[in-house]
Write a protein that binds this ligand. Sequence first.
Ligand code: FUB
Length: 319
Amino acid sequence: MFKFSSLALPIMFTSGLAMAQNPLFTDEFTADPAALVHKDTVYLYTGHDEAPNNDVFFEMHDWLAFSSTDMVNWKKHGPIMKATDFKWAKGDAWASHMIERDGTFYFFTTVRHDESKPGFAIGVATSKSPTGPFKDAIGHALVTDDMTKHTPNDWDDIDPAIYVEENGDTYMFFGNLVPKYVKLSDDLLSLDGEIKTIDLPNFTEALWVHKKDDNYYVSYACEFPEKICYAMSKSIKGPWQYKGILNEIAGNSETNHQSIIEFKGKSYFIYHTGAVPPKDGKPSGGRFRRSVAIEPLYYNADGTLQRVIMTTEGIVEPQ
Ligand code: FUB
């Protein structure tokens, strides 16, 4: 595994406020970022790595939320939800995506289903506040493993990424090893059509879809250890044209899960690394103890994306 040798500077905390640098937060482990720009604020939702070391596997029970109005100073909010708040879920609070519609916040997220529908599943929870608390919106999973037969793996239906078209049509992209998408119903609480697959080279997981000008972008974790690759299209339904690597292997982490936003006219690439050094006698960051980082994202004149440069500084100037 690629080893990240830089030592991150200690983060400054003042009554729940963190100053930007990478990794962004060092007093707890944060993974699988999903950012939402709402009004003048960026809400950053993350998974919460609680594995005691980097030896066995992920241990993730709940999702965390942070907010910023300048991309430098971050306020911590309480956990917004636990995986087992979905009564049908056994645990595993994996990757998520938040959107807002008409004053309601919709949290689409990955959990492990109980034995009635074994394997991973996607649920949807709602709240009137971006910082929750969130409650299961439908009392059952939106997607269960038995609905995706493209691989024998029971985790091929993880990592939801939601994209809302200008006319309100909403699509959920998701998957591991085989990328998929499906249209959601107008109330966002059920599927509206069949699950379709997409052709993306070296796809692993962690889809994210965004649009700039008249170009659609799908970015995703490719290969393993993961880089982030991307493809472009003129339609949300594809075809997608592969454009190459967007981010290299993240320091000391086999996974590299991105979120892309535009805020106050600038674009940002948010991802996770395993770069937190050992602290208070506890093991360092690593593949099961990950931490979110942020970099600027730049477009070329033809709409293609410049490769992300991973830094320890992060975003320095308040926006
Ligand atoms: O955090 C658990 C899993 O690791 C996510 O669902 C994947 O995207 C990878 O980051």
